[in-house]
Structures are given as C-alpha cells and as structure tokens.
Design a protein around this ligand. Structure first.
Ligand code: TXA
Ligand code: MG
Length: 290
C-alpha cells in the first residue's frame, strides 16, 4: 500500500500467517518488529495498554502523518508483530489511498494492518509503485496486489518516537522533527540510544548496489545527489537536483534506485546542512553509504 512516507508491505496485523508472509516476501529476520497501521486514532487503545498524555498530544498533532509511536502493548499485539518485545509501534498514515484501505478494513472488523517498507531486507525503501514491483515482483503471488498511490510525498520513513517513559525518545529521525515534538508536548526530546531494537538503525541499511560516498569530489561517470545549488561537473550523471530539503527527502530513494538502474558504480551525495529533516536525510545517507 502507498503511504506518504514510503510504500508498505501490508497484511492483517492480527493474522499470524498473513504476517509470516510479510517476513517471507521481505526476507527479513522474524524477530524484527513491525508497525501497525490504522485509520481511526481510537484504535490506539486496542493495541496500546498505556498511552501517556504526551503521546496523545503527539497523536492529535501529527496523525494522520509521518510519525510512529512506540507504546506498551496489549495482548492483541502478538509476538509475531512485536518481535517478542513488550511494546508495539503504531501509526495513522497520511495518504488518502492508505486511509481508504484501512478504514474499509476497519468497517469489516479489521483492527490494524502491519506494514514494513515494501523492500527486501536491507534495501532501499520504495517510494512509488514501480519501485515496489522492481523490489518484490519476484516474490509476490497472483492474488497479491500493488495499490497505486503515486509518488510518496515525504519520501523517507516515519519518525519513530518511544513513548514508554516520562518523556519522548527519538528512535528514528524523520519528517516530524525534535523541535515539532517539543512544540506539541512541551517536553524535551532525548536521543539516547535505546535498547529497543529498530532495524532501521542497523548500520548498513537503505543501501543500493552502487557505492555511496558522502561529501567527496565527484568524478566523470559517477552519480551526483545534491541540492540544485550544487553544480554538475562535466560528464557527471546528475541523479537529482532538489530545490530544498523537502524535495531532497522526497527524491532521495528514487535517486538511489536510479543509480542502480543506470549501473553506476559510485555515487557522491552532498549532504544537506541544518537540523530537522536535513538531519534525517543525513542519517539515511550515512546508512546507505556503509
Ligand atoms: O514510514 C514508515 O514507517 C513505513 C511505512 C510503510 O509506514 N514503515 C516502515 O516500516 O518503515 P519498517 O518495518 O521498514 O520500519 C519500522 C521500524 C523498524 O526499524 C522496527 O524495528 C521499528 O520500526 N519498530 C517496530 N516496532 C517497534 C517496537 N515495538 N519498538 C521499537 N521499534 C519498533
Ligand atoms: Mg524498512
């Protein structure tokens, strides 16, 4: 299913065999927890046993949107969703097709849809339907569907916030920034490395086949990812030239895929300066460059 961040590989989050297929299609280790998606924010209480006030504030401020909350789980959140942890990750995505799918599922009695990014484990998240087809086409069956939702608007995965202690902790950077979280909750945000497992925080992740290097000199025949203000030297393959950091985030994974489609061996990315979304972009580029 499309979402505003990246496309997700969706299955009924209460159905162990449906979720087992997610792991099989992704080729992901079974102890990596999944995000549960729903359209009705009230369903948070079906999945989460404890929702602190500040988590409610975040839900009100940023759902539907590119933010995932990690909360103490209820019994509904099985080990096959949480990887055996006592927490569950939940999100209301801000994409009309996703919201329609989820609300129709909820009208049929569904409670949530588990959806990791629709890429093979460790690879680049897809941000349009043809990227999903390229990633997973070989692993899907005839009855599986890829829902068309256009290009993902945000382009990088949701911000993940651990809401299991007194104040919010950032587990994965994204479009909802620390500053926005503080503004919505009145609390400061910590980034202490959490003991909770986040597969997106494995050092090597989001990696294309091309070698990605950061802020180095780009040579003829190599790919270049940079803001528009950066000129393209002769014989360099310009992959994207976004005008701002929003555009950079939106086009980044497309650029990494394009590098592989063109068979490039080396890609130079000029990292954007600043905090907030720029920091999230640098985080993804660092992982892609391992
Ligand atoms: O933007 C997104 O979040 C996309 C779209 C499809 O919603 N989904 C996504 O899912 O990025 P995935 O599985 O690729 O990444 C989810 C991350 C993983 O790193 C996982 O470890 C973490 O969320 N996660 C899931 N449940 C967790 C939990 N209970 N505690 C800590 N981290 C959790
Ligand atoms: Mg992923």
């Amino acid at each position: 299913m499309p979402t505003e961040t990246v496309y997700g590989l969706a299955a009924d989050a209460t159905n162990p065999s449906a979720v087992a297929r997610i792991y099989a299609v992704k080729g992901r280790p079974a102890d990596h927890p999944l995000i549960v998606h729903f359209s009705d924010p009230k369903l948070i209480n079906s999945w989460a046993a404890e929702v602190p006030d500040y988590a409610m504030d975040l839900a009100k401020a940023f759902w539907p949107g590119p933010m995932t909350l990690v909360l103490r789980r209820t019994d509904l959140a099985g080990d096959f969703i949480t990887g055996g942890q006592d927490t569950v990750a939940v999100r209301v995505p801000g994409h009309p097709v996703a919201l329609k799918l989820l609300s129709e599922f909820e009208q049929l009695g569904g409670l949530g849809v588990a959806a990791p990014s629709a890429n093979r484990f460790g690879k680049v998240s897809p941000t349009n339907s043809s990227a999903v087809q390229a990633e997973l086409g070989d692993y899907l069956d005839a009855e599986d569907m890829i829902l068309e939702g256009g290009d993902s608007e945000v382009g990088i995965e949701s911000t993940i916030i651990d809401c299991t202690s007194e104040s919010p902790k950032l587990l994965r950077l994204g479009a909802i920034t620390a500053e926005m979280i503080t503004q919505a909750t009145g609390l400061s945000v910590s980034r202490a490395p959490s003991t909770i497992r986040v597969s997106g925080s494995l050092a090597s992740h989001y990696a294309p086949n091309a070698k990605v290097v950061l802020d180095q000199v780009v040579l003829p025949g190599e790919g270049l990812i940079a803001l528009e203000s950066e000129p393209t030297p002769d014989s360099v393959i310009r992959l994207i030239a976004p005008v701002d950091v929003q555009g950079y985030a939106q086009q980044l994974y497309f650029a990494l895929r394009q590098a592989d489609a063109l068979g490039l061996r080396r890609v130079v990315a000029i990292t954007p300066k600043g905090d907030g979304l720029a920091e999230a972009i640098r985080d993804r580029l660092q992982r892609a460059s391992y």
